[in-house]
Ligand binder design. Sequence first.
Ligand code: RRO
Length: 313
Amino acid sequence: MKESFILRNVEFKNRILVASGTFGYGDEVPDLVDISKLGGIVTKSLSMKPRDGNPNPRIAETASGMLNSIGLANIGVHKFINDKLPTLKISGTIVIANIAASTVDEYCVVLELLDAQVGVHGFEINVSCPNVKEGGLSFGTDVKLVSFITKELRKRTEKPLIIKLTPNVTHISDFARACEAEGADAVSVINTVIGMSVNINTRKPKIATTTGGLSGPAIKPIALAKVYETSNAVKIPVIGIGGIASWEDAVEFFIVGASMVQIGTANFINPAKGISVAEGVKQYCKKNGLDSIDLLVKSLQTNKTISIIDSWL
Ligand code: RRO
């Protein structure tokens, strides 16, 4: 059974990656997780300069989910290259650097610095952070800006270029089409959903910035619908993210149109979840006589007469 997947010029040994912000820089769990068994690691978003992020509290548990407002805390691109990349280079997994920025220029400079590094295999561009003032959603909800960012970055790299989209828009497919038109190799769908939670005794929001990004199983049905919409609108691969906590969840994402998936919040419960999901998907394919996950991708048996979403496309 063929587990691998090729994106542009990079071969992933399987289709299960760990999502940005849920696995640090891949060096926090060396005794717990053999990361060479993952399809790849997506780093925490990297900006030009280090960032402390938002004030605490910046995480709150919700029903079947989690709210975060980390505010892009990260060590900055230079420290990543000097301190983290040497270990990642010999880890035997594919490294996708996630980049966040507050100007188009910053995206370009950070990408160029990372593009020169042998151990960085590709890029996921974060135009969808719900928790920062500059960049973030102000970029990701403007289709012209997403288009321009993709165009500028495409000029600067031959490595896989993936754009991570926000669900906090009316039609995510419009954004995916814009990325495809400017040469993106794939889109990641979805980043977190804006949410909030209140302490009824203090009547204060449970996180310092009032709203944050909701993730975990609570958002899986939203993510499935967005992956379905997107994969019906573009030919480039869609990477499904949102509440995947089991191999069964991953199979659902493949059926609605994801070519690869990322495990996010579930890593906080079990950082080896990605490995067991990869194994479970493999067994499911074997049991069902599928030689490749390609046979599963977009295999949804739809009833077109009652699909409302299809009328948008
Ligand atoms: O750091 C964050 O607050 C954060 C980011 Br960059 C993101 O892309 N998505 C999210 O839920 N939180």
